[in-house]
Design a protein around this ligand. Structure first.
Ligand code: FAD
Length: 280
């Protein structure tokens, strides 16, 4: 399905953002390949939009949402998941099949593809710890199998040696050992510490590591920014590293608030906060 002038506010968890010139939702990998073979426009791949902010002026190119690439299968301890599988579904699948170690994924409201791109992590674990191999597709529609060694994997950042390839599938190896966490209690912890009822994108900033490790939330709180708003975008009272869309915030309100936080924290603590949320 191909649409035009699609509001990205419909697809991003911040519920703000400009228009995508074209918006493509392939039903199958074949359709995606065919589309890419003839596409000349810039491409933005979309998972669940839980870590993405598209500026007011929109995206002049095609946004491709991989939601339908959602096949999930198991062979012994190895799970093969399409890029569009949600992490919630993957963690439930593992739970139901006594595959352990991936419980933390239930706390991240993204897709397999988005989490591979961001090296999503929570409760002391990160997704790439479980990756055996991935399948990627390039801008011309060719498919490749890649190994973890083909990527530089860091904190909320993954750099590919083969650029302009997108994740379409991953094989994860989980464990038969005892579970590390109980999914229900992880979700309860999240509800207690995060403003889960309001539109947000999770942690806006990475936790700085230079000159030493800090929690971004603590630095923002120290700068007394909790509750501070620009337009409809506010720093959450519940978790200072969250910006919530409280009252029809625009992408520009959110970005202005991000800049205000960065400026104030730099002047109060001397530390530069780097965004975790991807701004397009
Ligand atoms: C309430 C809340 C809590 C959160 N908690 C956590 C947390 O604990 N830990 C954590 O790590 N994150 C957390 N996040 C952030 C977010 O859920 C993760 O970054 C998640 O992995 C993003 O997945 P997505 O599918 O939504 O990606 P999107 O937001 O759709 O995309 C993110 C980036 O990945 C790219 N991308 C998406 N799919 C692909 C693909 N198939 N191939 C190549 N590039 C792709 C996009 O172009 C974009 O650059 C939280 C977010 C929210 C709203």
């Amino acid at each position: 399905m191909l649409k035009h002038n699609e509001p990205m506010s419909r697809h991003c968890s911040l519920r703000a953002g400009g228009l995508a010139q074209d918006f493509f939702l392939p039903d199958t990998l074949k359709q995606l390949q065919k589309f890419l073979q003839s596409n000349q426009k810039p491409v933005l791949i979309l998972g669940l939009g839980s870590n993405l902010l598209v500026r007011e002026r929109g995206f002049s190119g095609v946004v491709i949402k991989l939601k339908q690439l959602n096949q999930l299968s198991q062979n012994a301890l190895v799970v093969t998941a399409g890029a569009g599988v949600t992490l919630a579904k993957l963690s439930r699948f593992c739970d139901a099949n006594s595959l352990n170690g991936g419980e933390f994924l239930s706390a991240i409201p993204g897709s397999v593809g988005g989490a591979l791109m961001m090296n999503g992590g929570a409760f002391g674990a990160e997704i790439w710890q479980f990756v055996q191999s991935v399948k990627t597709i390039n801008r011309s529609g060719a498919v490749f199998e890649r190994q973890p060694a083909d990527f530089e994997i860091g904190y909320r950042q993954v750099l590919a040696k083969h650029t302009e390839e997108y994740f379409i599938q991953a094989k994860f190896k989980f464990s038969a050992e005892q579970k590390l966490h109980n999914i229900k209690s992880l979700l309860a912890k999240r509800r207690k510490s995060q403003p889960t009822a309001a539109a947000n994108c999770g942690s806006v900033f990475k936790n700085p590591t230079n000159p030493k490790p800090y929690f971004a939330a603590k630095l923002i709180q120290k700068s007394q920014l909790k509750g501070v708003c620009v337009g409809g975008a506010c720093v959450s009272e519940k978790h200072a590293n969250f910006i919530i869309n409280q009252n029809n915030a625009t992408a520009s309100d959110i970005e202005k608030l991000i800049k205000l936080i960065q400026k104030k924290v730099k002047s109060d603590s001397g530390i530069s906060l780097e965004t975790e949320v991807v701004i397009v």
